[in-house]
Design a protein around this ligand. Sequence first.
Ligand code: NI
Length: 277
Amino acid sequence: MIFETHAHYDDEAFDGDREQLLRSLPQKGIARVINVGASLETTKSTLALAENYDFMYAAVGVHPSDIADLNEETYAWLKEQTAHPKTVAVGEIGLDYYWDKEPEVQEAQQEWFRRQLVLAKESRLPVIIHSRDAAEDTMRIIKEAGSWETKASHMSEEETKVPEEEAETVCGVIHCYSYSPEQAKEYVKLGYYIGVGGVVTFKNAKKLTETVRQIPLERILLETDCPYMAPEPHRGTRNDSSYLPYVAAKIAELKGVTAQEVRRVTWENACRLFGVE
Ligand code: NI
């Protein structure tokens, strides 16, 4: 079974066949899906999907490119959504300097990133981090935020199947990881998971394949970021969670284990981080 940790099934790319596609996923071995909000609008549509499908869960949050959505009133609304029974994370939140080069815009991104980290901390949820062309500032802000015990890490030994003395603080995932192997190892030390998707199958993905080789499988999560980032041999087409076996197979090859082992360990990783069984 596969745990898909990052999908955008509310995207218009799925308007033509959303219901049919989602209903088919469990039969294709995709047994859990986290749909990720990126704005106020998509946080709403994400929660609606999670309410409609047993196997779907929600991350609520505003992406750095959509922070114009945020003010005190909408922040308060977002806070309320962290209490929804299907909400398992705050995300995707973070920094994206690829499009926004102006210092004032980048400062505003940092401010709302910090505040949404506080939101996660207060609601004891893990975070899903988006970071592009902003390696240094992301690391700094994450370090400043520190770590916190999530609801999942608070579960009893019996619930988590992790002996109490081995339980550690896990507070999030760096989604669609694109930085150096050295930084990945630093994030792992800080208690973060590394999200790996279709990019790992691309020919020019040297940095990411090296990262996967160097970090423990116990800290990797499978994700698509669909409809984007379809793996080879489907690169450039609409992505969906049924393509995750290509990603698992590539990780297996890099780690020298079976694809079965990759599915099993990443499944357990996701259950542990998001507190989902
Ligand atoms: Ni995303």
